[in-house]
Design a binder for this molecule. Structure first.
Ligand code: SAM
Ligand code: DTB
Ligand code: SF4
Length: 389
């Protein structure tokens, strides 16, 4: 194809895009919270060199570009999840190779956290394959894990599914630093991926976390068959939250055999770079996390993501159930790029831990009515074996 015919994103019409000054002004000092889909799309679709330059400039105004926060994931309760999230290897209904495990013990978690700390992580993120948290002995055990890791002077993050306001307060009291709850994609595309819970429930959980001092970590996944408009829609939903999430993970789908999305074509690194850069521009203060999917990214690709504003990663050779680059490989990459791991509690000070016996919040044994839309998603039904293709 001759270069003169190449205009897949209509790059020739420079006046269609907001000027750099306009983008910068929007992102400077007072964080803009009224982003529209059109504004975000016009940033996402900029010529790559303009996009990179603008994102990197904004990144440098708000962060040290050579510092990257390193977090270690720990799957404290693996597999057997009742939800039908089309991307997830831990959903019980799909035929994946994930082996389910009961909740880990506090001492196992402590040992893993110490290992993570010694390998340079400042944060531990504990994930449970739950739809929502239920009050009872298992939640009490998770609270004890939070207390234990906070006492190791590491940032503690949990991702346990939907939680009530009371549960958020109990986690905060235990010393939780962050709660991860991804909106995953746009509200419109969410219905094509998950039928067992609603987008509004995700927002409600984020709102519940916001009633405490726990910071919010919420992002999503690209490469699930969504359009660029959906990616922009997801960023609108996050960037118009006030305050914006302190951390936004951008995951590239890890297509796992047996899940409904097993055949999705991997996203191009350029799409990841565009998504990271756009996230950086619309949420200048947030920690943008280059999350799942790094196994398919070259060092050069990841370096471009850091240049475009990514300033945190998950380290360790496993995410929750899927592979992630080896710690030594990441260390070499940091060395080569001159990157420094961020110390804990730089952005928000260390929360205090209140012991269980001094708690002000009681177990309420609530039975919250999280929604269950239950609409039909053909590919989810096919993958769960209810309909044979
Ligand atoms: N069960 C809880 C929940 O759904 O909130 C917490 C664990 S869940 C595995 C955490 C997040 O991991 C999901 O919201 C999703 O964004 C991400 N995730 C899960 N499977 C993934 C995959 N195959 N590729 C990329 N990201 C994935
Ligand atoms: C997030 O956004 N990505 C992480 C963390 N938050 C919990 C999880 C990625 C999971 C990838 C699939 C797996 O390993 O099971
Ligand atoms: Fe369950 Fe979370 Fe996986 Fe959905 S993403 S199936 S809720 S573990």
């Amino acid at each position: 194809m001759p270069f003169s015919n190449f205009n897949s994103r209509n790059f020739q019409l420079k006046s269609e895009f907001p000027t750099f000054e306009a983008t910068k002004k929007a992102a400077m000092s007072i964080t803009k919270h009224d982003w529209t889909k059109e504004e975000i799309l016009s940033i996402y679709n900029k010529p790559m060199m303009d996009l990179l330059f603008e994102a990197a400039t904004i990144h440098r105004e708000h962060h040290d570009p050579n510092v990257v926060q390193v977090s270690t994931l720990l799957s404290i309760k693996t597999g057997g999840c009742p939800e039908d999230c089309g991307y997830c290897p831990q959903a019980a209904r799909y035929h994946t190779k994930v082996e389910g495990n009961d909740l880990m013990s506090v001492s196992q978690v402590k040992a893993q956290a110490l290992r993570a700390k010694s390998s340079g992580s400042s944060r531990v993120c504990m994930g449970a394959a739950w739809r929502n948290v239920k009050d009872g002995p298992e939640f009490d055990q998770v609270l004890e894990m939070v207390r234990t890791i906070n006492k190791l002077d590491m940032e503690v993050c949990c991702t346990l599914g939907m939680i009530t306001e009371n549960q958020a307060h109990r986690l905060a009291e235990a010393g939780l630093y962050a709660y991860n709850h991804n909106i995953d994609t746009s509200e419109e595309y969410y219905k094509e991926v998950i039928s067992t819970r609603g987008f509004e429930d995700r927002l409600q959980t984020i709102e519940n976390v916001r009633k405490t001092n726990v910071t919010v970590c919420s992002g999503g996944i690209i490469g699930m068959g969504e359009t660029i408009e959906d990616r922009a829609g997801m960023l609108v939903a996050l960037a118009t939250l006030s305050p914006q999430p302190e951390s936004v993970p951008i995951n590239a789908l890890v297509a796992v055999d047996g899940t409904p999305l097993e055949d999705q074509t991997p996203v191009e690194i350029w799409e990841m770079i565009r998504m990271v850069a756009t996230t950086r521009i619309v949420m200048p203060e947030t920690q943008v996390r280059l999350s799942a999917g790094r196994m398919n990214m070259s060092r050069e690709g990841q370096a471009m993501c850091f240049f475009a504003g990514a300033n945190s990663i998950f380290a360790g050779d496993k995410l929750l159930t899927t592979p992630n680059p080896d710690v030594n490989e990441d260390m070499k990459m940091f060395e080569m790029l001159g990157l420094i791991p961020q110390k804990p509690f730089v952005k928000v000070s260390q929360p205090e831990t209140v012991e269980a016996e001094d708690s002000q919040y009681q177990t309420l044994g609530e039975k919250p009515r999280w929604s269950r839309p239950g609409h039909t998603i053909e590919r989810n039904l096919e993958a769960s074996g209810k309909i044979k293709p």
